[in-house]
Design a protein around this ligand. Sequence first.
Ligand SMILES: Nc1ncnc2c1ncn2[C@@H]1O[C@H](COP(=O)(O)OP(=O)(O)OP(=O)(O)O)[C@@H](O)[C@H]1O
Ligand SMILES: [Mg+2]
Length: 418
Amino acid sequence: MGNISDYIEVDPFSDNPLTADEVNLLVNREEVRKRIGDLIHSASHGFPQNIAILGEDGIGKTSMINFIEAKMKLYNGLFFSRINLAEGTESRTMVKSLIGNLLNQLDLGLGSKVLYHLKLGKKVSREEMLKRLKGIEITQNKQLKESLFNILSYSQAVTEKKASPEDFYEILEMLREVLELMGRKPKAIIILIDEGQYVARSHSVDLLQQMRLIFQKKPYMLVVGGSPDLFSRFGQVEPTFNNLFPEQNRLRLTPLEYQHVKELLEKRLGLVRKKGSGIDPFETECIERLLHLSDGNPRYVIRIASESLQHGRDQNSITTREIERASSLIVREMGRDRFDRLNEDEREIILTLARHGSLSITDIQKNSDSNYDLSTFGRKVRTLSDRGYLLVKIRGNKRICHLKRAIYKYAKELVQFA
Ligand SMILES: Nc1ncnc2c1ncn2[C@@H]1O[C@H](COP(=O)(O)OP(=O)(O)OP(=O)(O)O)[C@@H](O)[C@H]1O
Ligand SMILES: [Mg+2]
C-alpha cells in the first residue's frame, strides 16, 4: 500500500466559513435549513420575521448566514444588507453598509457612487453629486435624484455623530422610498448581522440597540448570528428586544454527532481524493476519537483532521494516535484562545473548576475567591454553559458543572503552574 500523499495531494480541511456554493458541505443542518427556507419564503411574500442563529464559536454561524444570504438572492422582492460586526464597527459603518448594499442591489454601482461622497467626508453640493451619478441610467428620474441627494445629506449628518435609532429608521425609510420609486417595492428588507463572536460581544448589544426601531416594522427583518447568550445580554439592556424574536425563530446550532463527523470527513475528502472512498485514509476508529476530542464542534473536527492528515501523510493510514496527537496540540491552543476571551469573573470560575474537577454551583461559590451570592454565580455559570465553556448536568437536585475539553486542558495547566 502506498502513502496517503500518493492519492491525497492537498489538505481539504481548511477552516473557513462555508460559502454560498459550499452548501453541500454542511452537515447536521437539515432542520435549520428547512426552517430558514420557510422563513425566507414567507418573507418573499411580504411576511418577514426576525431570525437569530445562535451557537458557540466555531459551530457554524457565519456559514449559516452565508447560506441565508445565498438563499435570499434567489427572490426578486428581497433586498438585504450584510453587516459583519467587529471591534471597531461604528454606526457610521452600518449606515454606509445599508446604503451601499441596498442601492447596489437596485442598480450595480449606484450604491458605490453614493458612498463615494460619504467617504470624502465633506459636504457635497447637489450639483457635484448629480455629476457623479450622470452615467447611471436610472438616475435620470428627477424625483429619484432628489431622494438620493436627501439620503446622502442625511447620512452625512449622521455619520458625523453616533446614529440614533430614529436616524437608522429614517435612512432606511428613504432607501425604501428609492426602491419604490424604481418600481421595486420590496417584500422585505433584511439586515444580516454577524456578531463575529466575542470580538463584538459587548459592543454588538449597543449597536443592535441603535437599530431596534427597525425590527418591529414591516418590511424590515433582522437576521442575527451570535453567541447563545445573545438574548440574555439584550434582555438586560432592552427588555422588549427579545419579544421581537419568537422562540421558534431562535435557531440553535447543535454540535455534530457520530454520523455527522463521518459525513464531514467523507464530503471534504471527496473533493480531493484521487482514489479510495468513504473516510479513508482515516481509520474507522478515528471518527469516534474525533467526535470525543472535538466535543462535536465542526471547527475542532476540521482543525484536528487537518493537522493529523498533514502529520501522517507519509504513512498509509491515519490512526487514532495521529488524532490524539493533533488534538493535544490544537485543543490546548484553542483552549487558550477561548480563555483569553473571558473576563476576570469568568476566568475565576473556570480556574476553580479546573482545580477541583466537576462541582455543583454551590461548591463553585464555596471554593471561589470572589464573594458573589449564589444566584449571581448561577447566572455566570449559565452564561458560560451557553457559550460552550462548560456542561451542566442535573444529578439528583444538584446541578453539576464540568469544563469542556479544550478549556479544561488549558486551565488545568494554568492552575498546575500557578
Ligand atoms: N454544519 C457544518 N458542517 C460542516 N462544516 C461546518 C459546519 N458548520 C461549520 N463548519 C466549518 O466549521 C468552521 C467554523 O464555521 P464558522 O466560521 O461558520 O463558525 P462560526 O460559528 O461563525 O465561528 P465564530 O464563532 O468564530 O464566528 C468552518 O471551517 C466551517 O467550514
Ligand atoms: Mg463567525
